[in-house]
Design a protein around this ligand. Structure first.
Ligand code: UTP
Length: 221
């Protein structure tokens, strides 16, 4: 299978936990051993948001805040890439990661451009690469009926349609947005209809379960 794995920066930690990076590297190695190809897209986490705050306090634009945050995600991506096989750079374009995926079983990238998050980068890679599955390893157990951080009555959904996902998660981008799936990615997925599993990234082995089709997190199809 062609799999895009989006690892939330909040899952890796800020700075990234060595244990977590190693655990994800093992998951990627195990999946490639099973014959899968994997495009990994890594987020910037709290460090990206700290930079966004400083940039905003300096009176700089949303575009500049996003631009700075992208560098944080690329730093995390590079760390993950190094652990996976000593790659010395990460691609900064969709074509760049696709070229690497044409040559190798695994390629890693971080952010792409202002106005989105790495959720959208992952959705774009998945669409252009004709991926079979997109997995988002997040800091929540899946997609909820509303934001579980602010609504105690929020219920986790096991399965939902792209349309329902848009009803729950649609909206507009802003720098540092912390949504389970960012609104631009939601629109992108509504178009491409790539199968998506959102799961709790604290257990990296959950990704393997999602690839094997076991019930985990939230399936969007
Ligand atoms: P990330 O996509 O790096 O977030 O976006 P994350 O840390 O993994 O988030 P979680 O863990 O899913 O919550 C962080 C910020 O970086 C900018 C945006 O400001 C975004 O909110 N960004 C990231 C871009 O502008 N473009 C990109 O391509 C990626």
């Amino acid at each position: 299978m062609r799999i895009v794995l989006r690892i939330g920066g909040s899952v890796l930690g800020s700075p990234p936990s060595a244990k977590m990076v190693e655990a994800y590297a093992k998951v990627v190695a195990d999946l490639t051993f099973e014959g899968h190809s994997i495009g990994v897209v890594v987020g910037g986490g709290q460090i990206a948001r700290d930079y966004i705050r400083s940039t905003a306090q300096m009176g700089l634009s949303n575009y500049q805040q996003d631009t700075i945050a992208i560098h944080a995600s690329r730093l995390n991506a590079r760390l993950v890439a190094m652990k996976l096989g000593g790659v010395s750079s990460v691609p900064t374009s969709i074509d760049g990661i696709l070229q690497r995926l044409a040559r190798n079983r695994v390629a890693v990238m971080g952010g792409l451009k202002p106005g989105i998050t790495t959720d959208t980068v992952a959705a774009m890679v998945a669409q252009k690469w004709h991926a079979d599955l997109l997995v988002k390893a997040s800091d929540q157990a899946g997609v909820y009926t509303s934001d579980p951080r602010t609504d105690k009555k929020a219920k986790k959904l096991d399965h939902l349609t792209y349309e329902k996902m848009r009803e729950i998660l649609g909206g507009a981008h802003k720098p540092g947005i912390h949504s389970i799936i960012d609104p631009v990615a939601v629109d992108q997925l509504l178009q491409s209809r790539i199968r998506l599993v959102v799961l709790n990234g604290d257990d990296p082995r959950g990704v393997i379960k999602a690839v094997h089709g076991d019930k985990i997190g939230t399936l969007v199809s």
